[in-house]
Design a protein around this ligand. Structure first.
Ligand code: NAD
Ligand code: ZN
Length: 355
């Protein structure tokens, strides 16, 4: 069976294109009482960029905090806030920020039209009704969240996305000017998320020409950004994120993402840095990728945290291993159908102990 997957239908790209956001949203404002909610990373609160967000009289500017990556409980809380803001549904939900804010906005747009808690929809194609029209404005590039059909959420039982065609954004606004002031380390970690998406996709058993075409281009762009320091790095990184997302959409990620999910679930390690920490231990599986990744780290003077798992008790270590090994498709993509004979719980433990 071939997957028939949905793409973002409308994309605007270019330095300064954020200025057209108001006009784009305007097409959704169909009556006098139409309103829009801007789900915005609170890192921009009281910064000059706040003034540039095209908030109109009836609109809601909803600041979101991403110190912790998105949780189902937070999505439920935000959805309730939006529902109590006005008697009608918003005409649009606009997500402004990195992967976390974009995922929160996606999740809120889905939960406004689907009853109950977001916990009920963690999985594949469980969403019943189309979301409110939603727009993404990335301010940090690498995750590919702007193109994916998921919103990654940590729930009481599992870290799993709301995967559905309805999750896909209706419009994305890719303005490279918005990522130019991201602090160096954060830009590196999230950029490496993209680099690792490409390596895992290109070296995976699920590879096909569709994923390869996007993955090779994204990998090339990452090299121009992180090794050559190209003068158009912001434009290139933004497109690398998009292409990397397209590559994994039709293949899969691999060992690094599986292990990073374990780190994240038990230790709360953020996605980008968690992927870097895990990838640094995966020379055996991705020898060329890890070698190049270390060159990039050196160039960017990145020092990864160490000994994360040193004081972990047995229960939490077992949980970490369980979470990582539960992700069958990721391991199958990396190691083939017999992956369980290679990535045993003991092997996973020895890798975690190096992190
Ligand atoms: P993030 O969104 O968590 O942001 C990291 C930090 O950068 C935050 O402190 C944020 O406030 C700050 N930041 C964002 N934009 C900034 C800017 N322009 N200037 C200064 N600071 C800025 O980081 P991320 O790596 O983009 O996203 C990680 C999240 O994305 C995780 O929750 C992960 O699960 C999710 N993710 C989702 C998908 C998907 O397909 N939906 C894919 C990969 C990762
Ligand atoms: Zn990732």
């Amino acid at each position: 069976m071939f997957r028939n997957f949905k793409l973002v239908p409308n994309i605007i790209f270019g330095r300064g294109c954020f200025d057209q956001l108001d006009e784009i949203i305007g097409q959704q404002r169909c009556s006098d009482d139409s309103w829009v909610v801007f789900v915005t990373d609170d890192v921009f609160q009281s910064r000059p960029f706040e003034k540039a967000i095209p908030v109109h009289g009836n609109d809601m500017l909803l600041w979101v905090n991403v110190d912790d990556e998105p949780k189902t409980s937070y999505v439920d809380e935000l959805t309730l806030k939006v529902k109590s803001f006005a008697p009608s549904l918003p005409a649009a939900v606009v997500g402004i920020g990195g992967g976390s804010a974009m995922d929160l906005a996606k999740a809120v747009s889905l939960m406004l039209t689907n009853e109950g808690s977001s916990v009920q929809y963690q999985g594949w194609d469980l969403i019943k009704h189309p979301a409110v029209y939603h727009i993404a404005v990335p301010t940090l590039s690498g995750t590919g969240a702007e193109v994916s059909r998921t919103t990654v959420l940590t729930g009481p039982e599992k870290k799993l996305g709301l995967n559905s065609d309805y999750t896909v954004y209706d419009q994305i606004v890719l303005d490279p000017l918005l990522i130019k002031d991201v602090p160096k380390d954060q830009r590196f970690y999230t950029g490496m998320d993209c680099y690792i998406h490409c390596v895992e996709s290109l070296q995976g058993t699920y590879l096909n020409e569709f994923s390869k075409s996007y993955g090779e281009k994204a990998l090339d762009l990452c090299r121009q950004v992180f090794l050559d320091d190209h003068k158009d790095s912001d434009d290139k990184l933004m497109m690398a994120s998009f292409f990397g997302g397209m590559s994994i959409a039709y293949s899969q990620v691999g060992a690094c993402h599986a292990l990073s999910y374990g780190l994240s679930y038990v230790l709360g390690t953020h996605h980008g840095i968690g992927c870097c920490i895990a990838f640094d231990q995966l020379e055996e599986f991705y020898p060329e990728g890890v070698k190049e990744f270390r060159q990039m780290m050196e160039k960017w003077e990145i020092r990864l945290p160490q000994n994360l798992t040193r004081d972990l008790d047995e229960d939490r270590m077992n949980k970490m291993i369980r979470v990582a090994l539960n992700l069958d498709p990721l391991w199958e993509n990396c190691l083939g159908k017999d992956w369980q004979t290679i990535m045993t719980p003991d092997k996973a433990r020895s890798l975690f102990l190096e992190m």
